[in-house]
Design a protein around this ligand. Structure first.
Ligand code: UGA
Length: 443
């Protein structure tokens, strides 16, 4: 590939792809987003987003209107048009397994390579098991037409839901795995705006680029489970888990971020990525190497059980018929994503034990209802807590963090609360006569 890059395509317009496409348009490129789902393409073409992400609908509308951003289902159009093609399709956990389901990445790469009719660079962004890029590079070579030069690079993405636009436009580092200096030069051009701000640029091989992504997520998951393991200790002997996190966090080698004890991690990335990593190293004959990640997974899942146990303790082992308000089913605030959501899992467990569960989440109800239609979904915090024998806070939305005992007193049936994200001042609630439990706190 040579010359000035003008046309960028993004294959897969889910979370990652839609964000990447809009941000590339914001950087001044002509962008074509492609997806096999015609409904998704229709709504994006109207400037509508099928999921919640602050700032993204505005950015999409801005560039759909400016004509710089278009969407299509036609891969042949893309192949004749793009200088650089980003692959941003999903790699979910395999149904019935723990590895990554590579069906979409494999199919997208193969079809794209076949459709390309001018020199181009394909750039993988999806989170994949190590070894994928090298395999796909060979596939691209095999499938692309004679006479056109099509190569592959790997460029993992580190964006967080809720901050997707900001993280994409102003990444804290850029990692590119290439097998050819010319491909790196193309990516330097694509990201020239970030490079002009001296964003760290890590140029490496395919395997390192793939592993950086899963190593980062595995480390974050480990940090959360590490503090949550200590929460199990302070629950047994007393002590304050937040103070403990603050104290070790002052050591700059450790850092305070991602040391918030609570009901643990969820979402479409951390849980499936640690499982996929373990599965992949197992395939490489290194089963023992990442065994600690299984422990991190178990610690994480035990936190959900702990919330149910606390509910039983508070409600005298009788959940049946009790009204429980669950505040938060999005896996984290500023998102409507309920994939592997701790809050939704807790709500379902309470419901399965016979409780009358009232779920309220500012953004997550709709997706949760698609998965578990039998839970009781309500449209407001007030509705959720009215008549409740127990209130359980599972996602730290600002609306919930601002709650005071006085807000709820006249609404609930019993003054009982589990703050499963440790965001409310326990003494204040206890002082107001509430039975008040948190994770990592003697109860
Ligand atoms: C995560 C990573 O943070 C991103 O860098 C990465 O790009 C992304 O996965 C991905 O692979 O696509 P995300 O899934 O958006 O991003 O969510 P996080 O902000 O990492 O939170 C993950 C979970 O950990 C949430 O359920 C959150 O509530 C929980 N968490 C986080 C804690 O329980 N305690 C903490 O201290 C921090």
């Amino acid at each position: 590939m040579k010359g000035v890059i003008e046309n960028i395509s993004v294959i897969g317009t889910g979370y990652l792809g839609a964000t990447h496409a809009a941000c590339m348009a914001e950087l001044g490129y002509n962008v074509l987003g492609v997806d096999i789902d015609p409904e998704k393409i229709d709504s994006l073409s109207r400037g509508e987003l099928p999921f919640h992400e602050p700032g993204l609908p505005e950015l999409i509308r801005k560039h759909v209107d400016s004509g710089r951003l278009r969407f299509t289902t036609d891969l042949d159009e893309v192949g004749a048009w793009g200088d650089v093609h980003f692959i941003a399709v999903g790699t979910p956990q395999q149904a019935g397994g723990t590895g990554a389901d590579m069906t979409f990445v494999n199919a997208a790469t193969r079809s794209l390579a076949r459709s390309i009719s001018k020199d181009a660079l394909i750039v993988g962004k999806s989170t994949v098991p190590v070894g994928t890029a090298r395999r796909l590079a060979a596939l691209v070579e095999e499938e692309s037409a004679e006479g056109v030069r099509v190569t592959l690079a790997w460029n993992p993405e580190f964006l967080r839901e809720g901050f997707a636009v900001e993280d994409t436009l102003r990444p804290d580092r850029l990692v590119v795995g290439t097998s050819d200096a010319a491909d790196e030069a193309v990516l330097r051009e694509v990201y020239s705006e970030a490079l002009s701000r001296e964003t760290p640029w890590i140029s490496t091989d395919f395997e390192t680029a793939e592993l950086v992504k899963v190593a980062a997520n595995a480390f974050l998951a480990t940090k959360i489970s590490f503090i949550n393991a200590f929460a199990e200790v302070t629950e047994a002997v007393g002590g304050n888990i937040t103070t403990l996190a603050d104290a070790i966090g002052h050591d700059t080698r450790i850092g305070r971020k991602f040391l918030n004890a609570g009901v643990g991690f969820g979402g479409g990335c951390l849980p499936k990525d640690i499982r996929a990593l373990q599965t992949r190293v197992g395939e490489l004959g290194l089963d023992h190497t990442m065994r600690f990640l299984d422990e991190m997974d178990q610690i994480n899942l035990r936190r959900r059980e702990k919330v149910v146990t606390l509910a039983e303790q508070i409600l005298d082992n009788e959940l049946a018929g009790k009204r429980i308000a669950v505040l938060g089913v999005a896996f984290k605030p500023l998102s409507d994503d309920v994939r592997d959501s701790p809050g939704l899992d807790v709500a379902v467990r309470l419901f399965s034990s016979g409780a009358d569960v009232a779920v309220y989440d500012p953004e997550g109800n709709r997706n949760a209802a698609k998965r578990f239609p039998r839970l009781g979904y309500v449209d407001s915090l007030t509705e959720a807590v009215t008549g409740a024998d127990l209130v359980v806070l599972t996602t730290e939305w600002n609306e919930f963090k601002a709650l005071t005992p006085g807000d709820l007193e006249s609404l609930v049936a019993q003054k009982q609360f589990i703050d499963a994200r440790n965001v409310l001042p326990a003494e204040e609630w206890e002082g107001a006569g509430w039975r008040f439990a948190q994770l990592g706190r003697f109860f």
